[in-house]
Write a protein that binds this ligand. Structure first.
Ligand code: FAD
Length: 833
């Protein structure tokens, strides 16, 4: 392959190159409701959607010129399929927008619905694709399977002799990133937005925790714009720009490559986009040649310390060594590249996040400060949906649907550590095309957060996974066994996990659940705050635990958690490991200025050991002088008790079902407590157990999990949790919506299903069919030892849009689960109301 010629074509530097932008002698107002910072595709889309939704007092400030950051050099692939229904809905919306924008603004977007072909080289990849496409069908994405021969007919330049097959997605396409951005900007301007280039935002002012303005500079000029909202669309600068206002935006740049060839005979202008994930590469047609790029498994972070302030229409030096792995695979897949003259090996920086997903929404640190960044090389495809989501969120005050997978609140202050970001970025860029095995754990930046028991559990052969960077035991390896390989089928650890289940149901296990998020709310008005926020009644005697939902105004779950009243004006709040930032922010933001209540995050101060199983009381009694019997400590209550030398708050309750205690102990006594339990526990058959067991048993016990069965899109009536709603309370957030829904009836309801075929294995996310029609996906699945098969939660939905779903409809329906295209019958286990 020969390298020659200057960069040209649709992605080349716009005329003017890295021109110094003209000073904005005019155009920067003194006030605007919203200031959008950054004029890449994200900023243009945010401004477009804000104005489209009627908020027209918008100013967009760009330090260079529109698109000059990362957007101008993107390859422009636009695909629809993403991991979840809502994310796919967002990207499909983007495609509709890109296809129609020219008609609205008069500026072309370069949108071309050329479709895409994804090919699979291995049996496992094909199996993964079948699972993904089962979901695609359920999401309404059109596709057709292709044999290797059909791939060859469609794409004669591809080598197919080692392919298992592929899939054709006709609705996918490509766009010109620069034209698209200009078109969005024109649409925004037409509705009143002001877009000013050559102006850098140098600071954000705030008062009482709310944005009040931004400072700007341009050459020698400087000034301030008073505003209610700032939207950080600063691309790879978003982390540093966020830091100016104390907002954590955990993203880092990595070098990202594609190669552009001169025209090649046989490359048709309507050639579909080709993705070969096993080779980490993609191809698209451009000006009769080929653009070939990809996502190498070991990436190269760029300038994680500090992104240069001026980096307009610039690229990074070629790095053929880094590109080698992609190049080799490309030459194999498209042999004609061997002799094609290369115009350019483009190397441009792009932002990547810690989990490969975007960073959207209102920052927990500052009200009125929104982020729309961290696109992991899919910002062109997703800016349409992301800009709309952020605009709706800003205007409506909350996300319009469950957006947890892209919500910036899934991260915490620890995540902006630059070494963490750099080391994780090496791994996350490659996730784009990597085989994603179910329950696969990322391997970089580990261990980071450790319970005091970490080393003890490691020595007992725990296999750890992570959540919110906490190392947590997933299961325990028996002696002489080694960790089984990842699979899409029945996993090698199943038998060991089932033995943990047996111990929990028949003897006794201990789970280290120290990673739970924990807060204390204290003060004269603490009860009033919680009564307003919680759907359940919180005014209970001291020592009682209440399970409750925190609802939004639509009646959807912002969280579900337990609250222990530890004193008249003091409450201990226990919530999910992943939700620290989100739940803390939700509760804190609802404490009125005139209310006397303070919230403290005590996650690291307390550890939690769950002692579960029929012999729990016997063990605890043998270690304590306190009475821990059912009479002294009934279900749903707590007491401070001695356990060995430790003092712990024992709560009689169980997430996994069956008898047991949660022991909440100061972190400095955690090891002492654990050692006491273990030394005495041998007599009672005590063993350690992990999160896979917790998850399977909680499904068996009918316990819902936030982030799976519960989200802002589901209400307690739909989730079968009406019993935890105190409708007789005169007021709590979400009450009115629930009352209306109760009146109307619900159109979807959580059901528990058991797969008819004991050998079938579902992991979660598989579509379910009700009377042959896809109605949703499995929210959680686990193998139940008791039932000898997979049991799962899923939402049944009525087909008549909002028509109520009755008991008779649920009980009378036929259920099936689509596992990689195979329909497996399922039987209704419960349909709680
Ligand atoms: C090689 C390569 C190929 C790619 N291919 C694709 C693809 O095929 N499909 C796809 O979907 N995505 C692709 N991407 C990713 C895509 O380009 C990005 O996700 C997207 O462009 C990000 O847009 P953005 O608006 O967030 O960032 P940017 O385009 O970088 O915009 C941010 C802007 O903010 C401005 N700014 C920063 N700080 C300030 C400040 N303080 N004041 C004022 N202005 C400021 C910057 O000057 C910049 O213009 C690719 C990326 C690369 C590098």
């Amino acid at each position: 392959m020969s390298a020659a010629g200057p960069p040209q074509g649709a992605n080349s530097t716009p005329s003017g190159g890295s021109a110094a932008a003209k000073p904005p002698a005019w155009g920067v107002p003194h006030h605007a409701r919203v200031v959008v910072v950054g004029g890449g595709i994200a900023g243009a889309s945010a401004a477009y959607h804000l104005t489209k939704l009627g908020l027209t007092d918008v100013v967009l400030l760009e330090q260079g010129r529109l698109t000059c950051g990362t957007t101008w050099h993107a390859a422009g692939l636009v695909g629809q399929m993403r991991a979840t229904r809502n994310a796919t809905r967002m990207s499909r919306y983007g495609i509709e927008l890109y296809a129609s924008l020219e008609h609205e603004t008069g500026l072309a977007t370069g949108w071309k619905a050329c479709g895409s072909v994804n090919v699979a080289k291995t049996r496992e990849r094909m199996q993964l694709m079948r699972r993904q496409m089962a979901r695609a069908r359920s999401f309404g994405v059109e596709f057709t399977w292709l044999t290797p021969q059909e791939i060859a007919q469609k794409l004669p330049l591809l080598r197919i002799d080692d392919l298992e097959g592929g899939v054709w997605i006709p609705g996918d396409g490509k766009a010109n990133p620069t034209d698209l951005t200009q078109s969005l900007a024109k649409g925004a301007r037409a509705r009143g937005a002001r877009i000013v280039e050559g102006v850098q935002v140098s600071g954000v002012s705030a008062h009482n925790g709310h944005v009040t303005g931004v400072q700007w500079t341009s050459g020698d000029a400087r000034g301030e714009i008073g505003c209610e909202f700032a939207v950080n669309c600063a691309g790879q600068w978003a982390r540093e720009f966020g830091a100016l206002a104390g907002v954590g935006v955990p993203l880092a740049s990595a070098e990202h490559f594609y190669l552009v060839t001169e025209p090649i005979a046989g490359v048709a202008t309507d050639m579909p986009v080709i993705r070969d994930p096993d080779g980490y590469i993609y191809f698209k047609e451009e000006v009769g040649g080929v653009v070939m790029g990809g996502f190498e498994p070991v990436a190269k972070p760029w300038n994680v310390e500090r992104i240069p302030e001026r980096f307009e229409f610039q690229l990074l030096p070629e790095d053929w060594d880094q590109f080698e792995v992609l190049m080799q695979n490309a030459l194999h897949r498209m042999p004609c590249l061997e002799t094609a003259p290369v115009k350019l090996l483009l190397n441009g920086p792009e932002s990547f996040t810690l989990d490969g997903n975007f960073l959207l929404g209102e920052a927990p640190e500052l009200r009125g400060y929104f982020v729309c960044a961290g696109f992991n090389s899919s910002g062109i495809a997703n800016a349409g949906g992301a800009g709309r989501l952020v605009a709706e969120w800003l205007i409506g005050g909350e996300p319009p649907f469950d957006a947890w997978d892209v919500d910036i609140r899934r991260f915490a202050p620890l995540h902006v550590n630059r070494r963490h970001l750099a080391d994780r970025t090496v791994e996350t860029l490659g996730l784009h095309y990597a085989m994603r095995w179910p329950r696969e754990e990322l391997s970089s930046v580990r261990p980071l957060r450790r319970s005091p028991l970490h080393d003890r559990l490691r020595d007992k052969r725990a296999v750890f996974g992570t959540k919110n960077n906490w190392e947590r035991a997933n299961y325990f390896l028996p002696e002489r066994e080694s960790e089984p390989a990842a699979t899409l089928d029945t996993p090698g650890w199943l038998a060991w996990m089932l033995d943990e289940q047996r111990a929990c149901r028949e003897d006794l296990v201990v789970f280290d659940q120290s990673s739970f998020s924990k807060f204390v709310l204290k003060g004269r008005d603490a009860l009033a705050v919680l009564e307003r926020l919680c759907a359940n009644r919180i005014d209970v005697p001291v020592g009682r635990i209440v399970y409750t939902a925190l609802l939004n105004a639509r009646g959807g779950f912002e969280s579900d958690l337990t609250i222990t009243r530890v004193a008249a004006n003091e409450f201990f709040i226990l919530t999910g490991t992943a939700q620290t930032t989100r739940d803390f922010g939700w509760i804190e933001s609802h404490i009125g200025d005139d209310e006397h209540a303070s919230l403290v995050d005590v996650t690291s101060a307390w550890s939690i050991l769950s002692l579960m199983g029929p012999r729990a009381e016997a063990l605890l009694s043998s270690l304590s002088h306190d009475d821990v019997s059912k009479a002294a400590l009934p279900y749903g209550t707590t007491r401070i008790v001695d356990v060995g030398y430790a003092r712990a708050r024992a709560a009689r309750m169980s997430y996994v079902g069956g008898p047991g205690y949660e022991l909440c102990v100061p972190t400095d006594q955690c090891v002492t407590l654990y050692d006491a339990l273990c030394s005495e526990g041998t007599r009672f058959g005590l063993r350690d157990a992990g999160y896979y067991t917790i998850d399977a048993l909680r499904i068996e016990a009918g316990r819902r999990a936030w982030g799976a069965e519960l989200s802002p899109d589901e209400t307690p009536l739909e989730a079968g949790l009406a019993h935890a709603v105190a409708f007789d309370k005169p007021h709590f957030i979400g009450r009115d919506a629930l009352l209306r829904q109760r009146e109307r009836g619900v159109a979807k309801r959580l059901v528990q299903l058991a797969l008819d075929d004991p050998a079938a294995f579902a992991w979660g996310g598989e579509p379910i069919l009700m009377n042959g029609v896809p109605v949703g996906e499995i929210t959680s699945a686990g193998y139940s030892r008791k039932q000898g098969r997979i049991i799962a939660f899923a939402y049944a939905r009525s087909h008549g849009h909002d028509a109520p779903l009755t008991d008779t409809m649920i009980a009378g329906a036929r259920y099936a689960v689509d596992i990689a295209g195979e329909r497996v019958g399922a039987t209704l286990a419960t349909a709680r109301r």
